[in-house]
Design a protein around this ligand. Structure first.
Ligand SMILES: Cc1ncc(C[n+]2csc(CCOP(=O)(O)OP(=O)(O)O)c2C)c(N)n1
Ligand SMILES: [Mg+2]
Length: 211
C-alpha cells in the first residue's frame, strides 16, 4: 500500500472500523439495490479500504470531510451512523450524503465540492477554529480547472484544507492518463495521494436490476 502522506500531517486517532466492516456495508447496499429497493444510482467502493482507514487516522472528528458520489466509506469512517446512512441510501440519496454531526458533505457534481470545501476552509480560518477541511476527489476531478483554481487560492491564503486524490485512473470508464496525455503523474507533495484498482463498476453493482 503506497500513500503519499505529506510530512506536516500527524496521526491523531485510531479507526474502529476494519476493512471487513466497510466491505460488508457495501455488500448490504448491493443486496438492497439488486432487490430493486433503491430507485436511484449508487456508487460503491471496494479496493481502497486500507488506504482510507490509514488516511482517516489523520482526520479529527471535528473536521469537515467533503466527498463525491462515491462517499459511503468516507461517511462511515468519519463517524456517520451506519443505520442512518443505509436508510438515506435506500431512500435514493446515496450520491448526496450530508450531515452536520459529523461534519460531512458530498455531491454528485464533478468538481462541485471543491469551491465549497475551499470556502468552508476560509470560514474556519476567519473563525480561528483550529479545525480543517478534507476534500476527497478522484483522479479526473483533480484534472479539472476548478481544482487548480481552488488549490492555488487555498495554498496562497494558507487555508486549513487538505486535498486527497484517489486515483483509479478512470473517469467512469475513460482512462484519465490517455485523456490528458499524462506521461508521469505530477502530484504536488502537499496532497495526499494513492492509487487503487476499483472492484465495483463506476455505478451500480454490475448486475441488471429490474424494478
Ligand atoms: C459536472 C459533471 N460532469 C460529468 C459528470 C459525470 N461523472 C460522474 S463521475 C465522473 C467521473 C469522475 O472521475 P474521477 O474524478 O476520477 O472519480 P471516480 O469516480 O473515478 O472516483 C463523471 C464524468 C458529473 N457527475 N458531473
Ligand atoms: Mg477516477
Amino acid at each position: 500500500m503506497n500513500i503519499n502522506i505529506p510530512k506536516h500531517l500527524k496521526k491523531i486517532r485510531k479507526i474502529q472500523q476494519t476493512p471487513k466492516d466497510l466491505i460488508e456495508f457495501e455488500e448490504l447496499v448491493k443486496k438492497h439495490y439488486e432487490n430493486g429497493e433503491i430507485r436511484a444510482p449508487i456508487h460503491l467502493s471496494k479496493g481502497n479500504e486500507n488506504q482510507l482507514i490509514k488516511i482517516f487516522e489523520y482526520i479529527s472528528e471535528k473536521d469537515w470531510v467533503f466527498s463525491s458520489w462515491r462517499n459511503h466509506y468516507h461517511a462511515l469512517l468519519h463517524g456517520m451512523n451506519k443505520d442512518i446512512l443505509l436508510k438515506e441510501i435506500i431512500e435514493g440519496r446515496s450520491m448526496s450524503t450530508n450531515s452536520t454531526n459529523p461534519k460531512f458533505y458530498s455531491s454528485s457534481i464533478v468538481g462541485g465540492i471543491i469551491p465549497i470545501a475551499t470556502g468552508v476552509a476560509k470560514a474556519l480560518q476567519k473563525q480561528k477554529s483550529g479545525n480543517k477541511v478534507w476534500c476527497f476527489i478522484g483522479d479526473m476531478t483533480f484534472e479539472t480547472g476548478i481544482f487548480h483554481e481552488s488549490y492555488k487560492y487555498a495554498r496562497n491564503f494558507n487555508l486549513p484544507i487538505e486535498f486527497v486524490v484517489e486515483d483509479n485512473n478512470l473517469s467512469t470508464n475513460t482512462p484519465t492518463d490517455e485523456t490528458w496525455g499524462v506521461k508521469t503523474k505530477n502530484i504536488p507533495e502537499d496532497i495526499i495521494y494513492y492509487q487503487y484498482d476499483r472492484d465495483y463498476p463506476h455505478h451500480g453493482t454490475g448486475n441488471w436490476v429490474l424494478f
